[in-house]
Write a protein that binds this ligand. Structure first.
Ligand SMILES: Nc1ncnc2c1ncn2[C@@H]1O[C@H](COP(=O)(O)OP(=O)(O)OP(=O)(O)O)[C@@H](O)[C@H]1O
Length: 833
């Protein structure tokens, strides 16, 4: 089953030449949208179309100043829209690059990891368990090489591929063994490329929040249009000219509809994803960024996540003479790790447990290469997580066959009570597991002839037990603490022994101080690997779903548990890197893979890749996710309160005897000013102190939940009342200009009032306060609108008296204070109320 004939591979110059000639190994992408196309999309937005109608009307009646203002607004909106869109797209592309597939190739005599897109025909791919083939090719050599081609051919049974010359397809997953593949076809010419052809990859997958906002936006638009119609009718009743009222009503509609909601969310998510990447958390999609903030349960694996993942033999048990020699010999024979000292332990397909056994044998003075040469392997039943054991058979040197096996105690030892000796070994193993060690029972047997695969594991003789140590990771403790504080329940899912798992869980502080670790072990009776999790939603024993540690948990079981938690309403993040973890990672709301240690198949199934393999990074990513959600609520409160204030002022006008409290151009100006810069700047607000000490938001809750909509009504009404007061009470020669100033400054006051609470100055992270900068810019523009020609001409304003100015400023301050008292606590409080 083995044949080794390493292909030499290409040199760098040749690889570069071929890359230039054959093109990158990636699926054809839809071409980037040109700026011209983006502008056209912006201009065909229904609200812009309304504005263009307004412009036509004003031109027709010879009102050229209003036409100029409308066109200015269209220009401003389009520019801001296009720039926001391009920024969001760039961020998404950068994410794509960070999360891109990788491949190991032999180039210029050494093996290195390159982006999969740089693989060219003639390259030699070096693959091991957990890799995803980056291109089509033929096997140069393979050792127990087995592939899962389900993604390409739909064939669900793994295929053997160790024979040289076997044709293999891109997108296949290496489920076992290792080998090398000479690349023949890449990119569109490969199997993956042929499948992808015809499928246009669209980027338009919207996140739940974006969908929620789209619905909200449509409803608000409807209400606004109705209210604008009322404004129109009231104006007519007051004797205003129909044309003027039509223009006013349309402008009001444009201003009050929060049309920028979706793009502000996209931009917020994209910015958030960039900040996450800076904290080593690569989100592979925008929906993931959003979901992260809502995570309620974190299911983690053990080895390499809670522990260092560097195993070392710590103790052994034998009870007969010569058994120690036999133990060492069996441990290196029933073993796929390379024999050479300093062999690359992290090389693909090498199990750190097996490497630890080889290292241990070498420390015992055993020449591993020599042992393996004396006993060439004849056959094997490889290890898999399902059977939890492995058996190989070899020439015994005297014409017979030597079988060697190792595995978990309960799969290798006879049941309790059958053999006193086996019971002693089991007791020792349980004790070692209770001290956090990973245990492995070793057995051997002598045969006259090669066994049939079916009975290779019959009648093997107990040799001894090996206990391996894997130190807990110090960093894990902080991460688990952080989870619990943030209301996220951490759970360990492991294939390991319950004793080992419980002890390690205790060592890293999985549960709070003094609490017992609730351990549940999956029974064979619980296992129905062929069923689909959704077929039996009630078949997840609560015993397993309630546990802190689920031991002896096979990958299929992980999938069922994730589904079971989700049925209980949890939002599940799950870490995993096993070859078979893909489906569970995909099923989880947030699949998490390790960037360094993890397998390629896990990376590609994951929503979040941790560049530093540190569980703390998940907590940091959740923090970012929550911050983004809070900032969306912040922006929403601001935009809706502003729109509401504008509508209320226009409705109140006729009632108090002012037919048209604000001119169309003035409404549009305020809209441009308040939504342009400050709107985007909300995305840069920091997370509030204590954000990670609050429970997660309720999954599926409205984005306005927690009384935020009520706060919007109150703040909107306040700004409107202040504006109306300025209109009637100040006694200015030109009350409209004061009202215009008050409405604009009032909304900006609300923006400042909604700013995130900051931690004490000393701990504050440096960085510009974009929201304040944006508001300051807008304040200057708004003051200019009533002082500087030609703006005053265009907007038909006059400079208010000092009293009027003071009144407007006082109104803005008051509006800000009301927003701070009423709306800000509800923004951050989340939906816990
Ligand atoms: N190479 C191997 N050969 C034989 N038995 C093994 C081998 N590796 C692991 N085992 C046995 O199978 C059990 C399950 O191991 P497995 O690697 O599937 O656990 P896991 O789910 O990956 O654990 P973790 O959560 O710690 O990562 C181990 O406790 C051990 O007894």
């Amino acid at each position: 089953m083995t044949s080794t004939a390493s292909a030499p591979g290409l040199d760098d110059a040749e690889a570069a030449a071929r890359l230039a000639r054959d093109g990158p190994n990636e699926l054809p992408r839809p071409p980037r949208r040109s700026v011209a196309r983006r502008v056209v999309t912006q201009l065909t937005d229904p609200l812009v179309l309304v504005l263009l109608v307004v412009a036509t009307v004003t031109t027709a009646i010879g009102d050229h100043t209003d036409t100029a203002v409308v066109l200015l607004v269209v220009l401003g909106n389009t520019t801001v829209g296009v720039i926001q869109e391009i920024r969001a797209d760039r961020s998404v592309e950068a994410l794509d690059r960070l999360g891109a597939a990788r491949a190991r190739v032999r180039r210029g005599g050494s093996v290195r990891t390159v982006p999969a897109r740089e693989v060219v025909p003639g390259d030699v791919l070096v693959v091991g368990a957990g890799d995803v083939l980056a291109a089509d090719g033929t096997v140069a050599w393979g050792e127990s090489l087995q592939l899962d081609e389900a993604a390409i051919t739909g064939e669900s049974l793994p295929v053997e591929a160790h024979r040289p010359g076997t044709a293999v397809l891109s997108g296949s997953v290496v489920t076992r063994g290792r080998g090398e593949v000479v690349v023949e076809a890449t990119g569109p010419a490969s199997a993956m490329g042929r499948i992808a052809e015809g499928l246009v990859r669209t980027r338009s997958r919207r996140t739940p929040l974006q969908r929620q906002l789209a619905v909200l936006g449509r409803r608000l638009a409807l209400v606004t249009v109705v209210l604008c119609a009322v404004v129109f009718v009231l104006g007519l009743a007051r004797g205003e000219s129909p044309v003027l009222m039509l223009v006013a009503a349309m402008s009001l509609a444009v201003a009050a509809v929060p049309e920028s909601l979706p793009i502000v969310v996209t931009l917020g998510l994209a910015l958030g994803a960039r900040r996450m990447a800076a904290r080593n958390a690569v989100a592979r999609s925008l929906p993931a960024v959003e979901t992260l903030g809502a995570v309620t349960l974190l299911a983690t694996d053990k080895t390499g996540t809670l522990t260092e993942g560097r195993l070392r033999v710590a103790e052994t048990w034998t009870d007969r003479e010569h058994d120690l020699d036999e133990l060492v010999r069996a441990a290196v024979l029933c073993n796929d790790a390379p024999a050479d000292p300093g062999g690359d332990a992290s090389s693909p397909g090498t199990d750190p447990l097996e490497t630890a056994l080889v290292d241990w044998a070498r420390e015992q003075g055993v020449d591993v290469t020599e042992v393996r040469r004396r006993h060439p392997r004849r056959g094997a039943l490889p290890f898999d997580a399902l059977r939890r054991r492995m058996t190989t058979w070899h020439d015994d040197g005297t014409g017979g066959v030597l079988a060697a096996g190792k595995g978990a105690p309960e799969t290798v030892l006879p049941p309790p009570g059958v053999s006193a000796r086996a019971d002693r070994a089991r007791a020792w193993a349980d004790d070692a597991a209770g001290r956090g060690l990973r245990v492995l029972v070793v057995v051997t047997g002598h045969r006259r002839a090669e066994p049939a695969a079916g009975d290779a594991e019959q009648d093997l003789d107990l040799v001894g037990v090996v206990a391996l140590q894997d130190l807990p990771r110090p960093a894990a403790r902080g991460a688990l603490d952080g989870c619990r504080r943030a209301g996220i329940r951490p759970v360990v899912l492991t294939g390991d022994h319950p004793g080992t798992a419980a002890t390690v869980a205790g060592q890293v502080g999985l549960v709070g101080h003094g609490e017992p670790v609730r351990v549940a072990t999956v029974d064979e009776d619980d296992d129905h690997p062929d069923d689909h999790p959704d077929d039996h939603p009630d078949r997840h024993p609560d015993r397993l779903l309630d546990a802190d540690v689920v031991a002896r948990c096979r990958p299929e079981r992980k999938l069922e548990l994730v589904a079971g938690w989700q049925a209980r309403g949890e939002v599940v993040a799950m870490t995993g890197d096993g070859v078979n973890d893909g489906p569970a990672l995909r099923r989880a709301d947030i699949g998490v893979a390790m960037g360094r240690r993890g397998t390629e198949v896990a990376r590609q199934a994951a929503d979040l890749v941790l560049a530093d393999d540190d569980l703390n990074t998940v907590v940091a990513a959740v923090d970012e996710g929550r911050r983004i959600h809070t900032n969306v609520r912040r922006f929403l409160a601001y935009a809706l309160a502003g729109g509401l204030a504008e509508v209320l002022v226009m409705l109140a006008g006729p009632v108090i005897g002012v037919a048209l409290p604000l001119l169309p151009a003035q409404i549009l100006w305020i809209n441009l000013l308040t939504h342009g810069l400050p709107g985007v700047a909300f995305g840069t607000e920091p997370s509030e102190p204590g954000a990670m000490a609050a429970p997660p938001r309720r999954p599926g809750a409205s984005v306005l939940a927690g009384g935020l909509w009520l706060a919007v009504l109150l703040v909107g009404a306040t700004v409107a009342a202040l504006t109306v007061a300025a209109l009637v009470l100040v006694g200015e020669p030109d009350p409209r200009s004061v009202a215009f100033l008050t409405l604009g400054l009032g909304q900006l006051g609300v923006a400042v009032g909604l700013r995130a609470r900051r931690p004490p100055r000393t701990t504050r992270a440096p960085g510009p306060d974009w929201l304040l900068i944006a508001v300051a810019g807008a304040v200057v523009a708004q003051l200019a609108a009533v002082t500087v020609p030609p703006l005053t001409t265009l907007l038909r304003t006059t400079t208010p008296t000092p009293t009027g100015l003071a009144a407007a400023i006082a109104g803005a301050v008051l509006a800000g204070l009301v927003a701070r008292w009423i709306a800000r606590p509800r923004v951050a409080e989340k939906e816990s109320s």
